[in-house]
Design a protein around this ligand. Structure first.
Ligand SMILES: [Ca+2]
Ligand SMILES: [Ca+2]
Ligand SMILES: [Ca+2]
Length: 300
């Protein structure tokens, strides 16, 4: 029973903690304070908070702390191919707020200043399933932003032309290596696209370990839009046609960052990658939605 096994594995292996924190909504963002064509201050209300484990305690011993579940598409591999630690892509916390009338804001916190990874050219961002069929539609990524001012430079949104993200079993590994096209279509690239102001990024003015991302709320259907999202930090695999990774690599070819996976350790094909479980936004998940964070697993 695969499902039973995944559920058991996820209970055992999930170190990723997830807290849905709906902050006080006493602070109202007035439409007049928000520029529809340029992001501004990030509201600190109605913030959805995702905690991801970090690996500084186990990095010297060249393994991940936990939370890497190939079968659910959860990767905790902020390591190079020699299991050298890459803390600047080790996601630690992610915040999302949708309270602004024009913008969805996301804050991605790493274990180290993102500028430390300059030579590795990391990519950071979020993937979104906007029609709730567990198949991703959009991948928004940015390189290390050029500064602490909002900019579209280096920000891109990709989509998928075959509507087959995840192959025969979305989120879960396919039985045979997939031919899916992955994220192959450019929607937005540094201001090029139907909307030149669609997506922006900056290094957080408050924290060099944090990247701020803003994209138009209308892109996900406005205040009432429903979607699933997850965060990514990528150094090793930046070929976006390889999404979803667990369809393009076998478990053996992917390797493992976990010491207990004796036959699979160390990481091989899938390296330099951190992500989080999948998180619902704007709706309560029901039915089978694989790869959701434990808090959001539908009750049996
Ligand atoms: Ca992490
Ligand atoms: Ca979808
Ligand atoms: Ca699949």
């Amino acid at each position: 029973m695969k499902h039973t096994k995944f559920s058991f594995m996820s209970i055992v292996a999930i170190i990723t903690l997830l807290v849905l924190a709906l902050g006080s909504s006493s602070q109202v963002v007035l439409a007049a304070d928000s520029d529809p064509n340029k992001p501004g201050n990030i509201p600190n209300t109605k913030v959805q908070t995702v905690h991801d484990q970090t690996n500084e305690k186990t990095a010297n011993d060249k393994y991940a702390f936990g939370g890497d579940v190939f079968g659910l598409g959860w990767y905790e591999r902020p390591f190079d191919q020699n299991m050298g630690y890459l803390p600047f892509i080790d996601l630690s916390k992610i915040l999302m707020t949708r309270v602004d009338p024009n913008w969805v804001y996301v804050k991605l916190f790493m274990a180290a200043p993102v500028a430390d990874g300059k030579d590795s050219k990391p990519l950071y961002g979020i993937e979104m399933d906007t029609d709730l069929d567990n198949r991703g539609e959009f991948l928004l990524l940015t390189g290390i932003p050029t500064g602490t001012e909002w900019s579209t430079e280096g920000v891109m949104i990709m989509s998928n032309s075959d509507n087959n993200m995840g192959g025969s079993k979305p989120v879960l590994p396919d039985t045979s290596i997939a031919e899916g096209k992955g994220y192959d279509t450019e929607v937005f690239n540094a201001g090029k696209g139907d909307d030149p102001n669609l997506a922006w990024a900056r290094v957080s003015p408050d924290d060099p370990k944090c990247i701020d991302i803003a994209f138009k709320s209308s892109f996900i259907g406005g205040a009432k839009g429903k979607f699933i999202w997850l965060s990514w930090a990528l150094v090793g695999i930046q070929d976006l046609t390889k999404f979803e990774f667990n369809d393009h690599f076998t478990k053996a070819d992917a390797g493992s960052p976990l010491k207990e996976d004796k036959d699979l350790y160390p990481i091989k094909g899938i390296w330099g990658v951190d992500n989080t479980p999948r998180i619902p936004s704007g709706f309560e998940p029901g039915g089978l939605m694989p790869g959701l964070a434990q808090n959001f697993q539908p009750k049996p």
